[in-house]
Ligand binder design. Structure first.
Ligand code: 5GP
Length: 142
């Protein structure tokens, strides 16, 4: 497996070199909206420490990412009136991974509404800003 590339797009977001619609942050994780959501409110949970994917992340960071993913899922249920949550996480190109800093997708679902294909459409900035605000508020009150 190739090593960690510090110039991947999520590494740039983590360093503050590129913007994101942040919904949550703690000492070990950063959480922001996917700009090409597969469903409204699609959120990504990242460890702050460099890790390419599941195969090289430390067990402690992985466990913390899982805890935060649960927190986000519960907040999405409240913030968006979701009927369910889909969790996805891809490893290496053959596993469907496109951006090579570990991230867990937390995707709110509505009954009967299929997910869009990956990276199908960029969401409008206003919509993302509004969703980030709603989700942050639900996390804070959670
Ligand atoms: P994966 O690597 O798990 O296949 O997916 C990468 C995800 O990152 C996709 O869902 C895609 O929509 C999302 N993505 C790609 N570029 C950006 C970006 O610049 N900002 C954000 N927030 N998400 C991105």
């Amino acid at each position: 497996m190739p090593g960690y590339d510090p110039n991947n797009i999520f590494a740039k977001i983590l360093r503050g070199e590129l913007p994101c619609y942040k919904v949550y942050e703690d000492d070990k994780t950063l959480v922001f909206l996917d700009i090409m959501p597969r469903a409204a409110g699609h959120t990504l949970v990242l460890p702050k420490a460099p890790a390419r994917n599941l195969l090289d992340v430390s067990a402690d960071d992985l466990a913390h990412v899982a805890k935060v993913a649960q927190k986000i899922a519960k907040a999405q249920m409240a913030a968006f009136g979701s009927d369910g949550i889909t969790i996805q996480q891809f490893n290496e190109g053959a596993g469907g991974q496109v951006v090579f800093h570990l991230h867990v997708h937390v995707i709110p679902r509505k009954a009967g509404v299929p997910m869009k294909p990956p990276a199908a459409e960029k969401e409008k900035p206003d919509t993302l800003a509004e969703q980030a605000k709603k989700l942050s508020a639900a996390i804070a009150s959670g």
